[in-house]
Design a protein around this ligand. Sequence first.
Ligand SMILES: [Fe+2]
Length: 285
Amino acid sequence: MSNPISLDQQTVIRQIDPQLHVFAQPFNRFAPFGWRHFCKVGIRMTAVVLNEDKDILLLYPIPLVPSIAEKLRSIGNVKYIHADLGHYMSVGDYVTEYPKATLICPPGLMEKLNRKGIKFTSAFQHADNLDPPERFLEGLDSLETRVLRGFITYPTAWYHKPSRTLIQSDLMMNMPCDEQYSRTGESTERGPITRTFNQKANPYNIWHKIMIWYAAGFQVKTMREDAIHISKWNFERVIPSHGDLMMNGGTDAWKELYRWYIDSTQGHSSFWERALLFSRRIFLG
Ligand SMILES: [Fe+2]
């Protein structure tokens, strides 16, 4: 049964820094056979105000509801939109609303969106760490990025330097997702799958570490390089797409979650690497 409270009413909007606004909504995931209400994980979008002209970078779009559109209008002009292979489903809402925005995305995603009839007038495909968007696109000086080349959804880690904040999609969950369900009238303790996932999917639980090691990173060598690089940013806060905000201790949490990669001396078996690489092709399909 669907929730009688509208998605607009369930959306939580919060300013956490002069330049950072977060937008949270409920979201169910890992649903077999289209069973939507399987595991509550929540979703979150971040708006970064880039400069005094109030240009905005939107990271990981979520369904555009009137309260989000109104808030964005009040804080500035959407200039860039970033999505990855795991967080692109709501991009179409924003192309219609902000037709002049530039899409920043990993290789293959723009073609996938085009096949769905979603067309940007301008796009920057962010393939590796030699051509980061902050070097080539105007106004991104407050950010530093790192592409996780060996992670199946081809995600990018965004470091907002003035606030020492890491913004990312699926690289680190921080369950429970209480804020994302705070206006739904639903509990993240209800249901065995949701309850278990909300207890275990956080960076200090070995279950999350196992998931990142076995199900997400297919190239251990590049994962190691990228995890070490990110650990040197020395961020305090983490804004995850799934789970609650982490307001301090972010770098320690990152080092713990990625410790197996950071300390790794050998990779996965070639069979497992190929299996995970195949998963990325499914995401691009
Ligand atoms: Fe995700």
